[in-house]
Design a protein around this ligand. Structure first.
Ligand SMILES: CC(=O)SCCNC(=O)CCNC(=O)[C@H](O)C(C)(C)COP(=O)(O)OP(=O)(O)OC[C@H]1O[C@@H](n2cnc3c(N)ncnc32)[C@H](O)[C@@H]1OP(=O)(O)O
Ligand SMILES: O=C([O-])CC(=O)C(=O)O
Length: 378
């Protein structure tokens, strides 16, 4: 009997593994909707907190629901002394994503309801993580600068409070708005690698903290969320707009991946880039600083060169990386900022996975040694 070789989908490229009601990416029209709403409109008209509510509950909140949600998020922001001490014990040589991963694992270990997978319990945990992760990211950035943490301010919105905890002040509303737009755009993107990781862990009926810890590990990689940091390091390496084309030619000849370009799903441009690029352009214009203009010119030159040479378009990490640099964040904090936003999408997917769970366990086509006898031990 002859058996035909199974079709292999390396990287699960093009494979549809389940349904989702959370978001849809339509590569043909370069569009993205959250619960049916175009992400561009959400970014323009709604706060990031409202987007978080939408992703979790399926509808935008009314006034009363939003007041209650916001109050609960603000009350959960502080870290207790044990958590703060734990953070200071981690070596400063480790990546801030390691700190965040460890913090989430710690929050799970100290939560007596860790293994309660009911909808109510998971919603409470999701809100706790949304509220506390910025406090961790800000405290970690400050300790690496030799500075004490700044406690959260419950009178400030999510984005404003993050600036306050990082720098002790809130920049002008245009900068905060640009940051908030990036959070909305980063919040959710269907079955990307980190979300799928969270769904795999959840499918074994493990707990939400374990799923999020694993997702943070997946997002850290430079082919995924880690690219926003790599973009900025690459721009600093190139340095001069005049060098962009020659640098790109050398990098492509050396078969280097150009960070912030390309996407598994979008092949003609990422739906989120135009709005993030506009926000970045506004940041650059308001800075009116020659050094900022030089970086923006380099950023544009590399984008044009990459599209001309390879026809490969930037993804969201390309404008977001430079925007975070201009806002004053340290490069290793960029992917943790992505986590502060994507925690909403991950936890929405964890809830959805549990509601219609089936253990995720694909098959592999064996390509190793033929069956053979174990030799006698000598
Ligand atoms: C928020 C996010 O996670 S967005 C993604 C962030 N990641 C990055 O920016 C890292 C750089 N980009 C990449 O490595 C890729 O584009 C990925 C991983 C994002 C998508 O990869 P895939 O869907 O597997 O596309 P694949 O790697 O097959 O690319 C197709 C071709 O384009 C090339 N290509 C794709 N992206 C790039 C890039 N950034 N630089 C150079 N070449 C690229 C590939 O080398 C490949 O060429 P080949 O056919 O000659 O071998
Ligand atoms: O969808 C993907 O593969 C990666 C991505 O853009 C995201 O997670 O935001």
């Amino acid at each position: 009997m002859t058996t035909s070789a199974p079709e292999i989908h390396r990287g699960l490229a093009g494979v549809v593994v389940d349904t989702t009601e959370i978001s849809t990416v339509i590569p043909e029209t370069n569009s993205l909707t959250y619960r049916g709403y175009p992400v561009q409109d959400l970014a323009a008209r709604r706060s990031f907190e409202e987007v978080a509510y939408l992703l979790w509950y399926g509808e935008l909140p009314d006034e009363g629901q939003f007041r209650d949600f916001r109050a609960r998020e603000r009350a959960l922001r502080p870290l207790d002394r044990t958590a703060l001490e734990l953070l200071t014990r981690l070596p400063e040589t480790c990546h801030p994503m390691d700190v965040l991963r460890t913090a989430v694992s710690f929050f799970g270990a100290e939560d007596p309801t860790e293994d309660d997978g009911t909808l109510a319990a998971n919603r409470a945990k999701s809100l706790t993580l949304l509220a506390k992760l910025p406090t961790v990211v800000a405290a970690d950035q400050r300790r690496r600068r030799g500075l004490a943490p700044i406690p959260p301010d419950p009178s400030l919105g999510y984005a404003e409070n993050f600036f306050h905890m990082c720098f002790g002040s809130v920049p002008d509303p245009d900068v905060v708005r640009c940051f908030e737009i990036s959070l909305t755009l980063y919040a959710e993107h269907s079955f990307n690698a980190s979300t799928f990781t969270a769904r795999v862990v959840t499918s074994t009926l493990s707990d939400l903290y374990s799923a999020v810890t694993a997702a943070i590990g997946a997002l850290k990689g430079p082919l995924h969320g880690g690219a926003n940091e790599a973009v900025m390091s690459m721009l600093l390496e190139i340095g001069d707009p005049q060098r962009a084309e020659a640098w790109l030619d050398e990098a492509l000849a050396a078969k280097r991946k150009i960070m912030g370009f390309g996407h598994r799903v979008y092949k003609h441009g990422d739906s989120r880039v135009p709005i993030m690029q506009d926000a970045l352009d506004r940041l650059v214009a308001r800075a009116a600083d020659p050094e900022v203009t030089r970086l923006a010119t380099l950023h544009a030159a590399l984008r044009h060169a990459m599209i001309n040479r390879k026809g490969i378009h930037p993804n969201l990490d390309y404008p977001a990386g430079l925007a975070y640099h201009l806002m004053g964040f340290d490069i290793p904090a960029f992917t943790p900022i992505f986590v502060m936003s994507r925690i909403t999408g991950w936890t929405a997917h964890i809830t959805e996975q549990l509601a219609h769970n089936s253990l995720i366990r694909p098959l592999a086509c064996y390509a190793g040694q033929e069956r053979r006898a174990v030799p006698a031990a000598s």
